[in-house]
Design a protein around this ligand. Structure first.
Ligand SMILES: Cc1cc2nc3c(=O)[nH]c(=O)nc-3n(C[C@H](O)[C@H](O)[C@H](O)COP(=O)(O)OP(=O)(O)OC[C@H]3O[C@@H](n4cnc5c(N)ncnc54)[C@H](O)[C@@H]3O)c2cc1C
Ligand SMILES: NC(=O)c1ccc[n+]([C@@H]2O[C@H](COP(=O)([O-])OP(=O)(O)OC[C@H]3O[C@@H](n4cnc5c(N)ncnc54)[C@H](OP(=O)(O)O)[C@@H]3O)[C@@H](O)[C@H]2O)c1
Length: 415
């Protein structure tokens, strides 16, 4: 599949071909195929009805398409150009929606019925923080975004220091640009409810914790309930929500339909990956004229969760696997249930190690992008997984990863 380029130096050199410097897009013709291109759900059209940033958004469709066509096979990236106009940012020659709504002037959206998932995606595991929800907000077309971005949510509070409303919390967007309902008017999040018992902090004294929307309560403990995650997880259709953003340029997809996408997600780090997969394998926006998909590469998802009851969006992944067996690969690591042959806890990197040669080979291809989202430990996990094979090839993994980052092919959002 991949043409092999061995060595970080070479990879870096090849990688630079991916970087289209702002204002000087590469020499690809206007008709270069693109993952989004003229799709009905082009994010540029999403905000056409917007109030704030209307001017910026009106130009998004045109500019984004021209810029996308003008770019080489590369991706947008974190080392973005300066903000050109309110509500938009130029990232490697491509204009994307950017902070249309600020914490001081957020957008007031409404929670809508989820089209695809019941609010709670997981099942009780015995852990206090077992619940992860999929929640959908109506933004009326006024908060356009593209796959890989995040929005902020402002909870009423009180926050940790009593502030009301609370400070914003960022959430990776789990829906594609067109939204779950493909109207370009909704945005979905995948949010884990933070519940901590008898820890360092508490905002419920013993006896004070009441059942949440999922029915979980811990009246016998000192409880800390995360301010924003509990606000979101307890929402019901019709509730109002304050949204900021969109923001984020680290996790954007390449425009090249032949790119390969390797995804590493722990827990709710699946959110951006779901957004990509909807575009690649589900949405009309990703459909090709011949009835196939615009996406022609390989998408390989590695997902890490504690229990099989916490596997997120497994139904969707199984469907893609069934419908696109040559293009979608799906592996998961269930850390508290599975072990590898050596008896080690099954982390995402343990699972990836089973395919280390194949993944290493894929990563040599300048069309391959790695996306990592969730827990920070994954970064050292990658080093554990690929250090030995890199060494076998006379390469230091950290140098290789650095070169991939420089080439805008290694996208990391972890903490
Ligand atoms: C770019 C980005 C994307 C993200 N995407 C997602 C996502 O898709 N899904 C998701 O679920 N999360 C995501 N997060 C995390 C999210 O932003 C929140 O941090 C998370 O939901 C917890 O927020 P909370 O308000 O519920 O918890 P908080 O109330 O903020 O509590 C968080 C922690 O603070 C501790 N704490 C409490 N009081 C104090 C104190 N006085 N001093 C110090 N610490 C204290 C608590 O013990 C708790 O562990 C993302 C974060 C970032 C940066
Ligand atoms: N854009 C972003 O930056 C973004 C987006 C979404 C989420 N997040 C963050 O990502 C985190 C996800 O947490 P979660 O509670 O949703 O996840 P979770 O359900 O607890 O799942 C995390 C999984 O990763 C495993 N794990 C722990 N340490 C690891 C390591 N060093 N290497 C690899 N895997 C490891 C855990 O195993 P064990 O628990 O069994 O050890 C568990 O199986 C949260 O902190 C969230 O805020 C960030």
């Amino acid at each position: 599949m991949a043409q092999t380029v061995v060595g970080a130096a070479l990879l870096g050199a090849a990688g630079t071909a991916f970087l289209a410097s702002p204002g000087s897009p590469g020499p690809v013709s206007q008709t270069a195929p693109s993952l989004r291109g003229t799709a009905p759900g082009n994010p540029g059209s999403a905000g056409s009805a917007g109030v704030a940033g209307t001017a910026a958004l009106a130009s998004l469709a045109g500019v984004a398409m021209a810029a996308a066509a003008g770019r080489r096979s590369g991706a947008t990236s974190c080392n973005a150009a300066a903000v050109k106009k309110k509500g938009a940012k130029v990232v490697h020659g491509k204009e994307i929606p950017w902070n249309l709504f600020s914490p001081k002037a957020p957008y007031q959206g409404k929670v809508v019925e989820n089209d695809f998932h019941p609010q709670t995606l997981t099942e009780p595991t015995g852990d206090a923080n077992w619940e992860t929800t999929h929640v959908t907000f109506d933004h009326g077309g006024k908060v356009p975004y593209i796959e890989g971005q995040s929005i902020g949510v402002i909870a009423p509070g009180p926050d940790k220091k009593g502030e009301q409303p609370a400070k914003i919390r960022l959430y990776s967007i789990a829906s594609s640009a067109v939204g779950d309902d493909q109207t370009s008017k909704t945005v979905s999040l995948c949010v884990k409810r933070v519940v901590e018992l008898d820890g360092k902090f508490s905002n419920r004294a013993k006896g004070e914790d009441k059942p949440d929307k999922a029915g979980t309560a811990f009246p016998d403990n000192e409880v800390y309930r995360g301010v924003c995650s509990n606000h979101i997880c307890d929402m019901t259709p019709g509730d109002e929500v304050l949204i900021t953003g969109p923001t984020g340029a680290e996790m954007l997809l390449p425009e090249d339909p032949e790119a390969n996408i390797i995804m590493l997600a722990t827990g709710t780090g699946i959110a951006p990956m779901r957004s990509y997969l909807r575009l690649l394998f589900h949405d009309k926006a990703g459909a090709a004229a011949d009835g196939g998909r615009k996406f022609k590469g390989i998408a390989w998802l590695f997902m890490g969760v504690p229990y099989s009851k916490s596997l997120l969006y497994d139904d969707e992944h199984q469907t893609y696997k069934k419908e696109y067996p040559d293009q979608f690969r799906y592996d998961y690591a269930v850390s508290r249930e599975d072990k590898n042959a050596a008896g080690q806890k099954m982390y995402i990197q343990t699972k990836m190690a089973e395919y280390a040669e194949e993944l290493w080979e894929m990563m040599q291809d300048e069309k391959t992008h790695v996306y990592m989202c969730g827990l920070k430990g994954m970064e050292s996990g990658m080093a554990e997984c690929f250090g030995p094979i890199a060494e076998k090839n006379g390469i230091v993994w950290t140098e290789f990863a650095k070169a991939m980052k420089k080439a805008d092919r290694y996208h990391v959002e972890v903490y």
